[in-house]
Design a protein around this ligand. Structure first.
Ligand code: G1P
Ligand code: ZN
Length: 542
């Protein structure tokens, strides 16, 4: 029986950079998840008989919301829901499933790299038929709908068994529980030369992949250990846990420090990598070297043709605005376009669909291609392994050769987390106000060439996105970008992105903090960071 449940709006359901993210306690309020899911369905229009993909990163509250979403999908007329076994689908695997099964769209339950557990974070995100995150036009409509919603539809039914693959009926709808790994692993096998990677590994090449007790564990064990022959134990922390073992499933120097210790320690493996809560992020390390995500995008772009799936070359490259310009130099050398978009993967979707770009990347440990419409952690790992197998050189040598050809973009991001929201807004407002006066100002050895608030005009759908981050550009190509996070769940997070370019004949072996010291000081002078946030240091440097 379908029930129409009266409800009242919540005022805080505005989706951020990547869907609606809140503390679990917020999601546990009666009707909270239901309101958001119904608002999403309402915006989609006629979904009668359509297919929906559903899955999440396995964090606390995943199974509960899956059951609710299934009963609501049935009550809203969907014909079929394809759900990952155990309620599991990594974000890239969900994107692939939407495309493979020609679904109308998908619901992904995740708060990505944010911690999980009863007192931590949860999230709901809607992806459209191309497999990518809903564009702002849709998320804005969902938000508007959440503000006026007065009822939702749900089927009265018992819980579905999520652990048994196969089909079950839920009202008039079919629930199809699928193996969450197999289709995705097959896709990877179609893009990369698994034979060459197997030979590399059989020849003694050692790798370490830290799944951080998050969703990529089963994917990495199947692909790296079973299909590619990496030794058992190459995947560490491979069992997904509802609270990620009490850690942040965020692959960076702070939260993946065991991996960094291993890769910089004695007898380090040849290759190290980690992914995040929902499997869309990646970090790449070689023995004794960390490849920044911005550099990784550039190096992958320069070498992608070595993998069968990209042998025809790249149509173009896209990067988010705060990502370093390292990829721009590769695009120039390849004679292909480079697109600069606002932060968030949703801005790449149109460019990918239109065939204007093949590779995309963000400084926040996200890289991907036109194979799905999300960033993809294991995909980046496999493209690196394919390149290493063909070139037969260590990671560090590939990086040094890259810088010797293109120059090096020294880069870091400083995050100030849990800052008082009013203070953070005040900082950005004050900065915006003084933008028109900044050009020509000298700060230490640096001269400001231009300053603006980044705006993006989508060349495909003509939409405009304003206020996407303050940019301070210096003579010589150095840059500071400041913006507030759109994914945090408590207070505000101020992100300060710092970049300085060293030409190919310059000093390519500096320590990053030294190379960026002047810019770090300039950022404080221009934005009054210490004064306004009350913080002497960033909480996280990536
Ligand atoms: C952060 C990253 C951004 C990424 C997003 C989702 O968003 O900076 O690149 O797309 O997470 O993974 P932010 O918190 O900065 O809005
Ligand atoms: Zn993620």
């Amino acid at each position: 029986m379908i029930r129409i449940v009266p409800t009242t709006p919540f005022s805080d359901q505005k989706p951020g950079t990547s869907g609606l993210r809140k503390k679990v306690v917020v999601f546990r309020q009666p009707h909270y998840a239901e309101n958001f899911i119904q608002a999403t369905f309402d915006v989609l229009g006629d979904v009668a008989g359509q297919t929906l993909v559903l899955g999440g990163d396995g964090r606390f509250w995943n199974r509960e919301v899956i059951q609710v979403a299934l009963r609501m999908a049935a009550a809203n007329g969907f014909g079929r829901v394809i759900v990952g076994q155990g309620g599991i689908l990594s974000t890239p695997a969900a994107s692939h499933a939407i495309r493979l099964y020609r679904a109308f769209g998908g619901i992904i339950l995740s708060a990505s790299h944010n911690p999980g557990g009863p007192n931590e974070d949860f999230g709901i995100k809607y992806n459209i038929a191309n497999g990518g995150p809903a564009p702002e036009k849709i998320t804005d409509a969902i938000h508007a709908r959440t503000l006026v919603i007065d009822s939702y539809r749900i089927l009265d039914a018992a819980d579905i068994d999520l652990d048994a693959p196969g089909e079950t009926r839920l009202g008039d709808m079919i629930v199809q529980v699928i193996d969450p790994v197999a289709d995705y692993a097959d896709l990877m096998e179609s893009l990369f030369d698994f034979g060459a990677i197997r030979t590399l590994i059989a020849g003694g090449f050692r790798l370490s992949f830290d799944a951080m007790h998050a969703v990529t564990g089963p994917y990495a064990v199947e692909i790296l250990e079973r299909r590619l022959g990496a030794a058992a134990g190459s995947v560490v922390n491979g069992t997904p846990l509802a609270d990620f073992g009490g850690h942040h499933p965020d692959p960076n120097m702070v939260h993946a420090h065991d991996l960094f210790d291993r890769m910089f320690g004695p007898d380090a493996p040849d290759f190290g990598a980690a992914s995040d809560g929902d499997g869309d992020r990646n970090i790449i390390l070689g023995r004794g070297i960390f490849i920044t995500p911005s550099d990784s995008l550039a190096m992958l772009a320069a070498n992608a043709h070595l993998a069968p799936g990209y042998a025809r070359g790249l149509a173009g490259i896209a990067r988010s605005m705060p990502t370093s310009a390292a990829a721009d130099r590769v695009a120039e050398a390849l004679g292909i376009p480079l697109h600069e978009t606002p932060t968030g993967w949703k801005f790449f979707g149109n460019l990918l669909d239109a065939g204007h770009v093949t590779l995309c990347g963000e400084e926040s440990a996200g890289t991907g291609s036109d194979h799905v419409r999300e960033k993809d952690g294991l995909w980046a790992v496999l493209l690196w392994l394919n390149i290493l197998a063909v070139r037969g050189e260590p990671v560090a040598q590939i990086a040094r050769a890259h810088w010797a050809r293109f120059g090096r973009n020294y880069y870091a991001r400083h995050d100030y987390e849990g800052v008082d929201s009013a203070a953070a807004d005040g900082l950005i407002t004050a900065l915006r106000d003084k933008l028109p006066t900044l050009a020509g100002t000298r700060i230490g050895n640096l001269i400001i060439a231009a300053a603006d608030d980044f705006a993006y005009h989508d060349p495909i759908d003509g939409s405009d996105s304003r206020h996407q981050g303050v940019r301070i550009l210096f003579d010589g190509g150095s840059r500071i970008v400041l913006r507030l996070s759109g994914t945090g769940t408590s207070g505000a997070t101020l992100r300060v992105y710092l970049e300085c370019y060293e030409p190919a004949d310059g000093d390519l072996g500096r320590a990053t903090p030294d190379a960026l010291a002047d810019l770090i000081a300039a950022a404080d002078t221009i934005a009054d960071i210490r004064q306004r946030t009350g913080r002497a240091q960033p909480d996280v440097v990536t």
